[in-house]
Design a protein around this ligand. Structure first.
Ligand SMILES: [Mg+2]
Ligand SMILES: [Zn+2]
Length: 191
């Protein structure tokens, strides 16, 4: 594969090819060298049921939250979307939901929010999940940067998760398409 646009990093990269598998079944995949995003081999089939039933989006920028919610609903990536302006609101909602036996199937957390940022919220979520005996909710981290070593370390520690570089100014149409591709990648990995 020649140079390709990585929807997670938001930049053009030189993909690397590798064989993954357990020796019995293996397949050739093409990845982003920076973040590990796997470029899809063929066109994905359109999904009938939403990819994630209930999704939480926490971002301190209202226009980003709204754009993400619209994109998730329009593309059937989410059945319902709850929006939060900070990590505190998100964690409070997780607690409220847990009291009724319900949960988010995906959390989209902005890394930069006042008071309780995305990493603090993710840590609190993982702690709560351990207390409740839940399996970890997949997290998509929104960043304003391309993945670096520090972010990669956080992703590994707080997985299952992935990240999307929303850039400084999120362009809605571009963001929606990249969300679709990155969430499909996260779902394929079992998130
Ligand atoms: Mg922010
Ligand atoms: Zn990438």
């Amino acid at each position: 594969m020649d140079r390709a646009f990585c929807p997670a990093c938001g930049v053009v990269v030189e993909p690397v090819s590798m064989t993954v598998g357990d020796g019995v079944e293996s397949e050739e995949v093409t990845r982003c060298p920076t973040c590990g995003f796997v470029f899809p081999g063929g066109e994905g089939a359109p999904v009938e049921a939403p990819l994630y039933a209930r999704v939480a989006v926490a971002d301190d920028m209202e226009h980003v939250r709204k754009a993400v919610a619209r994109a998730l609903l329009a593309q059937r990536l989410a059945g319902t979307v709850d929006e939060f302006a900070d990590g505190g609101g998100f964690i409070a909602a997780v607690r409220r939901l847990s009291a009724t036996g319900d949960a988010y199937q995906l959390a989209i957390l902005d890394l930069h929010m006042p008071i309780i940022d995305g990493l603090k919220a993710a840590l609190a979520l993982r702690q709560l999940e351990r207390q409740l005996g839940w399996s970890p909710t997949p997290i998509l981290f929104f960043s304003a940067i391309v993945c670096d070593e520090r972010l990669r370390g956080h992703l590994a520690a707080l997985g299952p998760g992935f990240y999307l570089n929303k850039g400084v100014v999120a362009v809605e149409r571009d963001l929606g398409e990249r969300l679709r591709d990155v969430l499909a990648h996260l779902a394929r990995r079992g998130g």
